[in-house]
Design a protein around this ligand. Structure first.
Ligand SMILES: Cc1cc2nc3c(=O)[nH]c(=O)nc-3n(C[C@H](O)[C@H](O)[C@H](O)COP(=O)(O)O)c2cc1C
Length: 192
């Protein structure tokens, strides 16, 4: 049991955000992406709503998505600088896959949306931990238009659905970064 905890603790605490610019262009097998999503699927849910949905861009679709993202941002914000447009458009150049994570609101109104969001975030963490265990670099981004109405429209989502982020996945040669936590753990717990 202690061995299981040590293994899990190492994976959890070593997981770091690695930006797509630090990825190296090496591709992840699509089958591995599906294994990661299968881990995500084991997140807890209230009412067994399983609200997580993953929109997967791989291969040439990564560049298509990134350009579409840059274009939708420019359409929503015409004053967007050329540099900012280019940055979004190039965001996935060195990544292998981009996954848009969506909370799909189910038809159980007694489960509040907050709980559906929490469950979907738990699913993302499962996926990120699986990635860490396989040496896959991951970045959870919410910049650009990711959280905006234009992204919902792009994915043909319902009004109550919510995009939680874009996950850029790939491999990286960058040395592992030191983890940083600003608030001491003791300040985050209060024994009652
Ligand atoms: C919901 C969510 C949204 C995030 N969005 C961004 C983002 O838009 N840009 C960014 O640089 N990092 C983003 N991050 C990653 C955080 O910056 C990162 O998790 C934090 O710095 C802690 O670093 P670590 O993941 O290596 O522990 C996001 C993380 C979460 C959970």
């Amino acid at each position: 049991m202690q061995e299981n905890f040590s293994t899990l603790a190492r994976i959890v605490s070593n997981r770091r955000t690695i930006k797509p610019q630090q990825m190296n262009g090496r591709k992840i097998d699509d089958a591995v992406i599906e294994q990661l999503i299968a881990l995500a699927d084991w997140a807890p849910t209230h009412g067994r709503t399983e609200p997580w949905r993953f929109y997967i861009f791989g291969g040439a679709k990564v560049a298509v998505f990134c350009k579409d993202h840059a274009d939708m941002k420019r359409k929503a914000q015409p004053e967007l600088t050329e540099d900012a447009w280019q940055k979004l458009s190039d965001m996935g150049t060195l990544a292998s896959h981009v996954l848009l994570v969506v909370m799909r609101r189910g038809d159980l109104p007694k489960i509040p949306a907050l709980e559906e969001l929490a469950a979907t975030a738990a699913a993302v963490q499962n996926l990120l931990l699986g990635a860490e265990s396989l040496g896959i670099a991951a970045y959870w981004g919410t910049g650009g238009s990711v959280l905006q109405p234009e992204m919902k429209e792009y994915l043909h989502l319902g009004p109550e659905d919510q995009v939680l982020g874009a996950l850029y996945l790939g491999y990286s040669d960058a040395p592992a970064k030191e983890g940083v936590r600003n608030t001491p753990l003791a300040e985050k717990m209060k024994w009652m």
